[in-house]
Design a protein around this ligand. Structure first.
Ligand SMILES: C[S@@+](CC[C@H](N)C(=O)[O-])C[C@H]1O[C@@H](n2cnc3c(N)ncnc32)[C@H](O)[C@@H]1O
Length: 376
């Protein structure tokens, strides 16, 4: 039985903590015994709630004590990203209106950062969850278009993504969010956002968690401190793309490769990273950087080059045999081809795992066999 998690059902669940503690997704025997004590629809709702909490586990902190809906969880901001944004908001204002607050993953981080936070969502179940998850922050059930924010100190909007819309369309649309009549506005957008849609004077912050690019966060001119910025969590290191930075020099591959974080490439900050590391590009159009010294950076993965050669299946297979490589993680930039077909043709048999970069060096098809750089 699939339960519908309405506000009334969510409220009943919150009042029945012993049922929530006992319900186990996928365990029919436990389900049958719980139904002897509670109505079947409530047991189904508790089981579903616990399945959602388990799914949220790696992404939302304290997920086991949250109240969620499937749609709300799918669209919720990860706690690390929400906490990073909340800290930046709290550094300059003391209150924020969270438009389209969903189940409240951002809202509870705003409250946790010491901000007076008010949520707005037109979905009653989401609004109920947001109130519960933020330990009682006020949440209004309304269409955000009917809310006046003119006197708000700051406004945050995380519009709903339109599923299947490859151009990154949202409800409310990005243009509506950017026209909000408040002096400080911050908007969450998809990382693939077409940056030409961003108003002049706004900052675009590309945020990655580890190597996973999560979002483009847009800061209104009243807040912006850069044009484009790359931020890498959990540490929160941040690299600003400076339009006056000279392009990285282009030279043959060196002893180490830096594979920049997707936040850095999206922010257009590869030249800035290159200048910071005193590194170079191996091709004008390819974002792998090289260095002859063992660099360390939060803005990319550092690999040690074990072999550097023009691309060809036979010579690459020979190098992988020589280096005892049996498993390969391919990274392809600037070189077309079917990676799985290549993997079959390489007939890997060794005991080590390598990263193979399929790329171009000074406009020639090139490959680099690499291993993770170790730091002693
Ligand atoms: C991406 S989710 C928000 C997620 C939230 N920031 C979080 O981390 O949990 C978008 C929310 O916008 C709400 N929404 C979409 N259009 C709206 C509108 N016109 N007025 C109010 N809420 C709206 C949806 O109900 C949904 O809960």
């Amino acid at each position: 039985m699939v339960a519908v998690l309405t506000p009334a059902v969510l409220r009943r669940l919150a009042q029945t903590p012993e049922l929530l503690a006992a319900a186990v997704p996928g365990d029919l025997r436990v389900g049958a015994s719980l139904r002897e004590r509670w109505p079947a629809d409530l047991v189904a709702a508790a089981t579903q709630q616990n399945a959602l909490r388990a799914r949220a586990g790696g992404r939302l902190r304290d997920a086991s004590s949250m109240m969620l809906t499937a749609a709300g969880l799918e669209q919720a901001t990860s706690s690390a990203v929400a906490a990073h944004r909340a800290a930046r908001v709290a550094a300059s204002v003391s209150s924020v209106v969270d438009l389209c607050c969903g189940v409240g993953s951002d809202l509870r981080e705003f409250a946790g950062a010491g901000l007076r936070a008010v949520g707005v969502d037109r979905d009653e179940a989401h609004a109920w969850c947001a109130r519960y998850n933020s330990a009682g922050a006020p949440v209004v059930v309304a269409d955000v278009r009917d809310v006046s924010v003119g006197r708000a100190e700051a406004v945050y909007v995380d519009p709903a993504r339109r599923s299947g819309d490859r151009r990154g369309g949202s409800e409310p649309p990005l243009s509506w969010c950017q026209e909000l009549p408040a002096s400080r506005v911050v908007v969450k957008a998809a990382p693939g956002l077409d940056v030409s849609l961003v108003g002049s004077g706004w900052e675009v912050e590309f945020v990655a968690e580890g190597r996973d690019l999560k979002e483009a966060c847009l800061w209104s001119p009243g807040w912006a401190s850069a044009g484009r910025r790359a931020t890498v969590l959990p540490a929160g290191d941040s690299l600003v793309a400076d339009p006056s930075t000279a392009p990285a020099p282009v030279r043959p591959p060196g002893r180490y490769v830096v594979d920049p974080s997707p936040a850095v490439t999206r922010a257009g900050a590869v030249a800035d990273l290159s200048a910071q590391l005193d590194a170079w590009q191996i091709d004008q159009r390819i974002a792998f950087l090289c260095s002859d010294s063992r660099v360390s950076t939060p803005f990319g993965r550092v690999l040690e080059v074990a072999a550097s050669l023009p691309f060809g299946v036979k010579p690459l297979a020979a190098e992988l045999r020589r280096l005892d490589v049996g498993a390969v993680d391919f990274r392809r930039r600037g070189l077309a081809g079917d990676v799985e077909d290549l993997r079959r043709r390489l007939r890997l048999r060794g005991s080590r795992t390598a990263v193979v970069l399929l790329t171009r060096a000074e406009d020639k098809p090139w490959c680099l066999v690499c291993f993770a750089a170790t730091f002693s």
